[in-house]
Design a protein around this ligand. Sequence first.
Ligand SMILES: Cc1cc2nc3c(=O)[nH]c(=O)nc-3n(C[C@H](O)[C@H](O)[C@H](O)COP(=O)(O)OP(=O)(O)OC[C@H]3O[C@@H](n4cnc5c(N)ncnc54)[C@H](O)[C@@H]3O)c2cc1C
Length: 431
Amino acid sequence: MSGSGLAVSVTAASSYVRGVVARNRGSMAVRMSDAYDVVVIGSGTGGYSCALRAAQLGKRVAIVERDERLGGTCLLRGCIPTKALLQSAAVMDTVNRSEEWGIKASGEPDWTQVQAFETKIVDKLVSGLTGLVKARRIDVIRGSAALLRDGKVDVEGRGLDAQDVVIATGSKPRLLPGLEISSRVITSDEALWYPEIPTSAVIIGAGAIGLEMASAFSDLGAEVTVIGQEPEILPALDADVAAYVRAGLEARGVRFERGASVTAVEVAPHRARLVEQAVAGMPVEVVCADGREVGSHESLPEGGFDRVLVDAPCTGLGSLRRRPESRWRRQPSDLPPLTRLQRELLAAAIRAVRPGGVVGYVTCSPHPVETRVTVSETIRRMRSTVELLDARAVLPADLPDLGDGPTVQLWPHRHGTDAMFLALLRVESEI
Ligand SMILES: Cc1cc2nc3c(=O)[nH]c(=O)nc-3n(C[C@H](O)[C@H](O)[C@H](O)COP(=O)(O)OP(=O)(O)OC[C@H]3O[C@@H](n4cnc5c(N)ncnc54)[C@H](O)[C@@H]3O)c2cc1C
């Protein structure tokens, strides 16, 4: 089996427009228009069932569809092809576990034939639907429809006049901000017809569609990790059901990363607004607060986070000593309160992580000894057991001059002054 790493985004679209009916009250017929009782825009499950029923009731009906084929998401790239894929995957799973039933069997997926099976099922149902629509004498108008102000429908220059217009335009997959579809970043649409079975896949979204993809790819041999935003998968279902489904998938090798969201804390309101703009659309809560308010601010509970990154204000010692012209115009008298602030922020971060959680402490520190003292003194005063981890282990192997660890100073050569310092601390438990 050949393949490549893959990220599948299955975030559901938000643009459902279901059962919207616009009544045309205009009396003047549009020149060149076709007159119908009902024009249905979209031939998905919602559109075709409405059109078929209206025709059954004796109405003159047209369906406008911009896709080449009738059927919409469910038939062409949703319920039907996924169930075909899952059927092939279930056979593979049965073969893989055949010894549980006392049968010796082996096999491997033939992806071309798996997709041929998907295509066969889809073609059959599309053909059935197309025949039904024809039998009910529903006109199918190909093209992209636009609803005009007067309630009439324009299909790429052709005017349709209707007593009632049904908008059943459905939805489409939505990508996460900053992602674009490529050979490795795809949505559920592309996953169904991907050229090969991936060797590994990260699936973003732990709802029904994400889990169907996870189940199918995993049974067909891919290493699958599902990332969900909520603490449990399938948030729309009862927790008991979700836990049962998760246990079943985990037993078949699917990994889950759950409940990942980010809280960004910024004390200055104007900078908090800038952060909000930068992370718009992402699962990030921006809190305008002092990072030392852990335990007293409702968004900053003690032990409430897996990981905390402290980007501490720099003391500017380097600037004082080497570059008095720089933008950090510090006086020697500024240092004690800044050093105190650094320690208090680090102490607050240690209180914010759960036992086993990790704190990253970064600040510019041309003279690492100063920051090392800040870190070691803060650890010494904490009630929790805190272990200093080797920060070099998480950095790219080709970064030069990382020193003896466990803390790291990055790029001291760049400007000679504002080298970044990184310490990683694991909070073990309360003493
Ligand atoms: C991978 C996947 C698996 C799924 N599995 C299931 C399942 O197992 N069970 C289940 O109940 N649901 C499932 N769903 C959801 C189901 O497919 C949708 O709920 C259903 O298709 C919605 O039907 P609809 O008619 O509202 O819209 P759609 O099926 O999206 O149809 C809308 C149609 O409108 C057309 N259109 C849009 N704009 C215009 C325009 N301006 N002019 C002309 N035509 C236009 C589109 O081309 C499309 O054909 C699944 C979805 C996906 C993506």
